[in-house]
Design a protein around this ligand. Structure first.
Ligand SMILES: Cc1cc2nc3c(=O)[nH]c(=O)nc-3n(C[C@H](O)[C@H](O)[C@H](O)COP(=O)(O)OP(=O)(O)OC[C@H]3O[C@@H](n4cnc5c(N)ncnc54)[C@H](O)[C@@H]3O)c2cc1C
Length: 387
């Protein structure tokens, strides 16, 4: 696959790189410590037109696809996972709408997100169902042509700042995957409220909250796609966004490794810069090898999504990219912190922040274990073979 980026993709990457250095980097510690959603960063993205990067031009986006979004996310994730997540959240809640929504839904919600008028969240996980998506218990019962939703979602990124949430619910509680539907639930809908805010290890600029639905009446026009077709739509949504999570890992790995290399060149021990120590050089080199592999896997996965390859027959390649790039980020943050020694452990260093921030990447959008089951299944079914 050829990754010579075109002019539009290069422009997106360069714009995001400039914003990351000039606007995001100076704010990273404040964002982490205040634990407040960075409205200024959202506004900066909005003014630069980055919120619509992956959304179709027909609805006010840039039409630069998931590859475009990955390039922007990669740059921002070099320093700040919260800010990178703000960009990812332009795609996660809108993907199902783009894949299966009505024209009216696309105009309203894709258009709203692309222009920064609306913010979305994506609600799938529940107290008793994370990896086991088909085990969710939120139910949607038809009443007078509309739907009445009852259930609780947990860990929903950006829930308290979202204008709408794309929610998975059971329209047939007795069925597992065949009784699933997707709804757009808007802020202010009676019976819909934000519950507990999670206290967490990293990515503290984007809140993670419970969303509670109690006899919440959602109009039929907010059903996304046909009733009971939601599982298929949600699996494709997750596949679509996996390269973007990989890009968060790819960016973080580069940011934290560069930080460690720059430090190692000026820190001296035993009469020489520690960068001269082969023990540390091997850590740098091992992680650089993995970063370059992550880059190829991530861009390839993004291109696959943009080519419409998001079905089960392609899922293993998206899983390989997501698992590898995110696990590389965790290893790289670990080694970078070690290279800095005690300063790396200080809350004033970027290594400490990134070390905490990247750990969640191995959990969200399918845990590392779930991705291994997807990859192994492809091998056992002969979808992935090396004959
Ligand atoms: C920071 C953060 C942000 C999040 N944002 C969102 C969001 O915006 N929207 C949303 O819906 N959810 C969100 N989540 C939830 C996330 O998607 C889930 O945490 C994830 O799917 C895993 O589910 P779980 O935590 O319930 O773990 P479980 O599914 O209970 O898994 C626990 C452990 O068992 C392992 N395991 C489970 N099943 C298998 C299996 N079949 N094979 C092997 N191992 C298995 C897992 O890998 C894991 O190690 C977020 C979570 C975090 C931490």
């Amino acid at each position: 696959m050829d990754f010579q980026l075109g002019d539009e993709h290069r422009l997106i990457r360069d714009t995001a790189r400039r914003i990351a250095r000039e606007k995001v980097l100076p704010r990273v510690f404040e964002i982490d410590q205040s634990m407040e959603y960075p409205e200024d960063i959202f506004r900066t993205f909005k003014e630069a037109g980055l919120l619509g990067t992956a959304l179709p031009d027909k609805y006010g986006g840039a039409g630069a696809g998931v590859l475009g979004l990955c390039l922007a996310v990669e740059e921002v994730a070099k320093y700040c996972q919260s800010s990178a997540l703000i960009l990812l959240l332009t795609k996660l809640p809108t993907s199902a709408i783009q894949l299966a929504g009505s024209e009216e839904q696309k105009q309203r919600f894709l258009g709203g997100v692309a222009t920064g008028q609306l913010r979305g969240a994506f609600g799938l996980t529940e107290p008793a169902a994370g990896s086991d998506v088909a085990g969710i218990r939120t139910v949607a019962r038809k009443r007078n042509g509309d739907y009445v939703l009852n259930g609780t979602k947990v860990w929903i990124s950006g829930a308290s700042v979202a204008d709408f949430c794309t929610i998975g619910a059971k329209t047939d509680a007795s069925a597992r995957t065949k009784g699933f539907s997707v709804f757009i639930v808007e802020r202010g809908t009676p019976g819909f409220r934000v519950g507990k805010h999670e206290k967490k290890m990293g990515v503290r600029g984007v809140p993670n909250c419970e969303l509670i639905m109690e006899d919440c009446v959602v109009p039929a026009r907010n059903l996304v796609g046909p009733e009971n077709s939601g599982f298929h739509v949600l699996m494709r949504t997750l596949n679509t966004v996996r390269p973007v999570v990989a890009a968060r890992g790819l960016g973080a790995s580069q940011g934290v490794l560069q930080y460690a290399v720059d430090y190692a060149k000026q820190r001296e021990a035993f009469g020489q810069p520690i960068a001269q120590l082969q023990a540390l050089q091997f850590k740098m080199a091992d992680r650089a090898i993995e970063i370059e592999a992550s880059r190829l896997l991530t861009y390839q996965a993004a291109q696959m999504v943009d080519d419409g390859k998001i079905g089960p027959e392609h899922a293993h390649m998206l899983s390989i990219a997501k698992a590898f790039a995110t696990e590389t980020a965790v290893r790289t943050a670990h080694d970078a912190l070690q290279i800095l020694g005690s300063y790396g452990y200080s809350a004033e260093s970027l290594t400490e922040l990134i070390y905490r921030d990247v750990r969640q990447l191995m959990i969200v959008e399918g845990t590392s274990e779930i991705h291994r089951t997807i990859i192994a299944r492809a091998m056992l079914n002969d979808v992935l073979n090396y004959r």
